[in-house]
Design a protein around this ligand. Structure first.
Ligand code: AMP
Ligand code: MG
Length: 555
């Protein structure tokens, strides 16, 4: 029985078809009361969103609405905000929070779980695709530990806009359907420095084929609960990796004797190994994308790693402004810089290793897992090279000759405080002709042209001379190269300070700026007329302003 009111249907949502596989097929926590606890031998606990005072729809994504089989304008029906603010359910929704664990900043943290996320159910759209709807910031769950289960507007807006921007940039990500203000305030000490204040609360509805993380598997392995581990892995393979099953008709032949847990397994060790291999590959692809667009996740704990290789959990993330591989937006990570831009590929590998440790009882031997980890590194490396060649307008990356040229460029970008996004757009405008000038489109990406001294300028001119020669060697026209480069180098990314401007306005009651920004971010590779303000490099006021280049986990 639900305690929240249930609506049969909603015009803007059409008649959504729910098919809740996760709750139907996986073990449920028998305790139905909502209090903080350790939950064992179960993948989820049933819990309803906490009703809020005055839900108001601030923004929504028309593409995601369509994806789940809805249409129309959700602003027209107040029940939309009620459903996605947590005050009402739609027939077919069966809310629950999931159990998972994770390694945080390199240490095993035990049970974490959906502390403020509540899954509403799984929609199957007319194309047969499955989409899980999840409210973030919808109130306490058994996994809330010492926290309140809520989210503030600033972090919710950041999650909403970045999820959608990433999708349009072509980066695998969870999506965001809606951003609803709750009409209630939430107390947060933003920098954990003894200055708590009331902030407006909000709820984001996230949408993804699955919200399963590496930590989902780690928690059962850490407890020695191989039965639930196997059940969850089997479920994941059947639900999200069905092609792996078809590819393994032999299932459990050749099972090694050490594979104790595999004794009753649905799949053979080979399928499990192949599944891990796939996770390594999609993770490598994801990391190449992050490096391409200049995204820093900020908290790459294993509980924030999607099993589908999606970007998940937008917290203290940031976008590179001046290129600096050491940069991290997360003040909690400022001393160790574990999750800084340049470390991300290595951290992903470390996280994959934790996943390998969790699933090794199913595979029965370490060798295939080690091989997959090695292939992760190779795939990342070749993927990175191809990606870099694309950013630079080259058809191919010839490691021997191109590596020194690329390394010199990255050094130059860092030494002359160069905007990562604007530089590559500017480079696309550089003519490949024999010309020793330093084009204005390059200098425009420098944060402090006055600090780019003569020796640095000489290095730039020399680099450009070599670059132009390299481009000429491929015989592409300037126009074709420019077009190709502008397809992989975005002009609009959700810059940190722009998010803060959107937040300032939304907190003052004006969500129109956010709507305009979202519109521009829907086509991030095409110049939108009149949208210069969404492409501008960071203004000086934003350099050290909280929320712009410094963020904490407080959200
Ligand atoms: P994060 O660092 O945001 O990935 O969160 C790590 C863990 O803390 C997850 O289990 C979250 O669900 C939980 N968590 C974060 N913020 C809150 C909150 N305000 N209330 C309850 N749980 C939270
Ligand atoms: Mg998280």
């Amino acid at each position: 029985m639900h305690s929240l009111p249930v609506s049969e249907s909603l015009e803007s949502l059409g008649s959504l078809r729910f098919d809740n596989r996760f709750t139907r097929l996986l073990p449920e926590d028998p305790e139905s009361r909502n209090f903080r606890r350790q939950v064992t031998a179960a993948c989820y606990s049933r819990v309803e969103p906490a009703a809020v005072a005055a839900p108001k729809l601030l923004a929504y994504s028309p593409e995601v609405l369509q994806l789940i089989g809805g249409d129309g304008d959700p602003h027209d029906d107040p029940r939309f905000a009620e459903i996605f603010g947590g005050n009402r359910l739609l027939a077919g929704m069966e809310p629950y929070a999931m159990c998972y664990g994770g390694h945080q900043f390199g240490n095993w943290a035990g049970q974490l779980g959906d502390g403020r996320a509540i899954n509403l159910g799984e929609v199957v759209n007319p194309q047969g695709q499955r989409w899980v709807l999840q409210l973030k910031g919808a109130g306490p769950t058994p996994y809330s530990r010492s926290a309140d289960g809520l989210a503030v507007l600033r972090s919710s807006l950041r999650e909403f806009i970045c999820s959608e921007a990433m999708h349009h940039l072509g980066v695998p990500t969870t999506r965001a359907l809606s951003l609803v203000e709750t009409g209630e305030s939430v107390i947060r000490d933003m920098f954990y420095d003894g200055n708590p204040r009331r902030e407006p609360g909000a709820v984001v509805c996230r949408v993804s084929p699955s919200f399963i993380r590496f930590g989902h598997f780690e928690i059962f392995a850490s407890r020695g609960d191989l039965e639930t581990l196997r059940t969850l892995v089997d479920y994941t393979i059947e639900t999200d990796f069905p092609d792996l099953i078809q590819a393994d008709p032999s299932a459990d032949v050749a099972r090694p004797p050490v594979a104790a847990a595999a004794a009753q397994a649905k799949f053979g060790p080979e399928t499990y190994a192949r599944w891990f291999e796939r996770v390594c590959q999609t993770t490598a692809e994801l990391l190449v994308h992050w490096m391409r667009v200049g995204f820093v996740h900020g908290v790459m704990n294993t509980d924030n790693m999607s099993i589908l290789g999606l970007t998940i959990d937008y917290g203290p993330y940031g976008w590179l402004e001046d290129y600096d591989p050491q940069w991290t937006p997360n003040t909690t990570d400022a001393s160790g810089r574990r999750y800084c831009f340049g470390n991300q590929p290595q951290v992903a590998l470390w996280n994959l290793l934790q996943l390998a440790n969790a699933v090794v009882p199913l595979v029965g031997q370490t060798k295939p897992l080690e091989d997959s980890l090695q292939r992760y590194s190779q795939s990342f490396e070749t993927g990175w090279q191809t990606m870099m060649a694309g950013k630079l307008g080259w058809k191919r990356y010839h490691a021997a000759a191109d590596a020194p040229l690329t390394e010199e460029l990255l050094g130059l970008l860092a030494d002359s405080e160069t905007d990562y996004t604007l530089f590559f757009r500017g480079l696309a405008d550089v003519s490949a002709g024999e010309d020793d000038s330093l084009p204005a489109s390059i200098a425009a990406a420098w944060y402090h042209p006055d600090r780019v001294d003569e020796p640095l300028r000489t290095r730039w001119t020399e680099w450009l001379r070599r670059y132009r020669g390299r481009v000429r060697s491929e015989g592409n026209s300037d126009a074709l190269r420019r077009e190709a480069m502008n397809r992989v180098n975005p002009i609009y990314v959700p810059r940190n300070y722009l998010a803060q401007l959107a937040i300032d306005r939304a907190e003052a009651g004006d969500a129109s700026w956010l709507a305009d920004w979202l519109e521009v971010l829907r086509t991030p590779y095409d110049e939108s007329p009149g949208a210069e303000r969404f492409a501008a490099k960071r203004p000086e006021w934003a350099r050290n302003r909280a929320g712009c280049s410094m963020l904490s986990c407080s959200s």
